[in-house]
Design a protein around this ligand. Structure first.
Ligand code: FUB
Ligand code: ZN
Length: 636
């Protein structure tokens, strides 16, 4: 049976103190969240909640499959409310609260008497509700609105939105299930399952958990719901635009799935919900299914940046080891959702493998999605560019924008977990909290300049002496980490990625941890054909890239790094308010005796060049230019 041992300390109970996260959080609170509301208003998503009649022309025309991304505007609104509510937990803001309350009033007015709520259907096609779960995002929208409602209630205690969404969930529960007269449907885009588990955790209402479990377990059974549903609509199921039910992971029941397929965000939300349910239900079989999928993703389908989904047409997975760099889709949402999944896996088993991926996705795949200015974004996150990529101010499908803002606004919630007599630090980076351990209130203050510095100090102040485990995550890259308690060296013997120090703790105790953070090369499995002969550079949790702004003189693709060239980490105060760059003596390939011919029997010449690498998440903040993560290596 799964034992519920360690539980996360909620972000609202954790104060952020490191310069790195303080800066990102401030930007999100002061710029990103207000600007996202303005964008939702500008594009018409807020107006649509008022169900204007007659419905105005579509702002986002239908695509070749007859679908408009406008159909999931409600999800953007829900996600914004969630992000804004997380911001309120840091500091209340009357203006933001008034904006949320106005939206909630519109939602309450838009809700049908039977509890149904969806601005597209209520405003445009009321007779067609629940006729196309496969494509039309009704349950996905409801899920995001529900998550927003829960977050707003937690932040303010105001329950109007929660009441609206509970009525909506009641309605959904009458529509779907295995009972007489119910539809055996489930979401075409998984998400509501996560929201229902959150609702169960908030209210203790077991029906919410059962509904989440129904949606997960019904998925992929025969007769196939989406086939029956298409026939009922008068559509030919064989002409499904995505071609295969692998797209939404309903090709087979979820417990039988061992390979991650299809649309990456859908897949990650599904896996996160599976892990949630495995924990809440003590379901070992579901846990094993999660583990099989985890193995598949992390051993054969994940970019070095923890980006997921190489292909744009399905926004998702292809084949094992197929990880092209320049055309990588690697949607920001997919990495954010990978963080959700990793966090849930970590609470099924306290295993550093999960925290390593969580941290990798956080600093690389996800954070790259938000520009330094807090108001520009990346949707796709390629690992190479010839210079044509620009961050955008908004998107016809703005899912990633609010995913990244809700992540940063709640990032402290990933830092640590507690059991009755233990605290586990998963992340470092200036986290302060007070928790109860072994029945005693304990103030914990972790101080560091992580991820720039690997030196961490943890001050432990129990109200009375208390014996408990202090578990320190020793990341996979931290070879030779050392620690001391009150200045005295202690031996670290990490088990599953965590070193445990158990002792009676007293006020004033302090642990220092030096993780060692060398700049190093990372190599891909030789089956990743795109990375053969190349190395990625990393320091600690940060993956680096070479960008033309720091490496003038031609496309960065002409740079090559001698295999033995030392990598020097150096602090640059002139960039982005302070950043650690990596430098190496490298070569730039230029036409050799071939004289610039397209093909020549003469190899190119190699000129000395100073290679400068920057953390990947910071790229594309200084105008156009080429960029590359995987740098060609040379003998020497
Ligand atoms: O379909 C809703 C969201 O839009 C998905 O999660 C993203 O991949 C984007 O397609
Ligand atoms: Zn997205």
């Amino acid at each position: 049976m799964t034992r519920r041992r360690y539980s996360p300390v909620p972000f609202a109970q954790v104060k952020l103190t490191s310069p790195f996260w303080r800066e990102r959080l401030e930007t999100v609170l002061t710029r990103t969240i207000p600007s996202q509301h303005a964008k939702l208003a500008e594009v018409g998503a807020l107006e649509s909640l008022k169900l204007p009649q007659p419905p105005p022309p579509l702002r986002i025309p239908r695509n070749s499959h007859g679908l408009s991304t406008q159909i999931f505007w409600d999800s953007d609104v829900g996600k914004w409310i969630e992000a804004a509510s997380y911001a309120l937990a840091h500091r209340r803001d009357a203006d933001i609260e008034a904006k949320i309350d106005a939206i909630v009033d519109d939602l309450a007015r838009a809700q049908s008497p039977d509890g149904y709520l969806n601005s597209w259907y209520n405003g445009r096609e009321p007779e067609k509700r629940w006729t196309n779960l496969r494509d039309n995002h009704e349950l996905y929208n409801a899920g995001h609105l529900l998550e927003g409602a829960i977050a707003y209630f937690r932040a303010t205690g105001r329950r109007k939105m929660l009441d609206v969404m509970e009525r909506c969930v009641d309605h959904i529960a009458t529509m779907f299930g295995r009972g007489p007269g119910q539809k055996r449907g489930y979401p075409g885009h998984q998400e509501i399952e996560l929201a229902l588990v959150k609702l169960y955790r908030l209210t203790g209402d077991r029906r919410r958990l059962d509904l989440a479990a129904y949606f997960i377990d019904e998925r992929g059974h025969q007769p196939h719901y989406y086939t029956e549903e298409a026939l009922a609509r008068g559509d030919d199921p064989a002409s499904y635009w995505a071609g295969t039910y692998e797209y939404n992971q309903s090709h087979i029941p979820v417990r039988e799935q061992t390979r991650m397929v299809g649309h990456a965000v859908r897949a990650m939300y599904m896996a996160s919900a599976m892990a949630d349910l495995a924990l809440e239900l003590g379901d070992e079989n579901l846990k094993r299914a999660c583990e099989a999928l985890w193995r598949d993703v992390t051993t054969a389908q994940m970019y070095v940046t923890a980006g997921l989904g190489p292909k744009d047409t399905n926004e998702g997975f292809t084949e094992p080891y197929d990880l092209p760099n320049e055309t990588a889709y690697a949607e920001t949402c997919a990495s954010v959702a990978l963080i959700f999944w990793a966090h849930r896996m970590l609470h099924l088993d306290l295993d550093g493998r999960y925290a390593d991926v969580l941290e990798l996705a956080l600093f690389n795949g996800a954070l790259t999605g938000l520009a330094r200015d807090g108001v520009h974004y990346f949707y796709a996150n390629p690992l190479e560019s010839r210079g044509g990529r620009r961050r955008w101010a908004w998107h016809v499908c703005p899912c990633c924008t609010m995913n990244v803002s809700r992540l940063v606004a709640s990032v402290a919630g990933y830092a640590l977990s507690v059991s009755e007599d233990g605290v586990a630090f998963h992340l470092y980076g200036g986290f302060e909290t007070t928790v109860t351990l072994a029945g005693v209130k304990v103030a914990l203050r972790e101080t560091s300049d992580y991820p720039w510095s690997c030196e961490v100090r943890i001050d432990i102040d129990p109200e009375a002496p208390a014996t408990f485990d202090l578990k320190l995550r020793i990341p996979e890259w931290a070879k030779g980490a050392i620690a001391a308690v009150n200045g005295e060296k202690v031996a670290l013997a990490p088990v599953n990625g965590y070193a445990t120090i158990r002792r009676p703790w007293r006020k004033g105790d302090a642990v220092t941890l030096d993780l060692k953070m060398p700049a190093e090369r990372v190599y891909a499995h030789p089956n990743v054909r795109m990375d053969v002969g190349r190395a990625a550079l990393r320091r600690g949790p940060l993956i680096y890239c070479v960008e033309e702004a720091d490496n003038p003189g031609g496309p960065v693709q002409t740079l090559a790094l001698p295999r033995s060239a030392p990598l020097d980490a150096g602090w640059r105060t002139d960039l982005f308010g302070g950043v650690m760059t990596l430098k190496a003596s490298a070569k730039r390939l230029v036409p050799g005796k071939g004289g610039g011919a397209l093909y020549s029997t003469e190899p190119p010449a190699a000129e000395d060049a100073a290679l400068v690498a920057l953390p990947y998440h910071l790229w594309a903040n200084r105008g156009p230019g080429s960029m590359q993560v995987w740098v060609a290596e040379l003998d020497g």
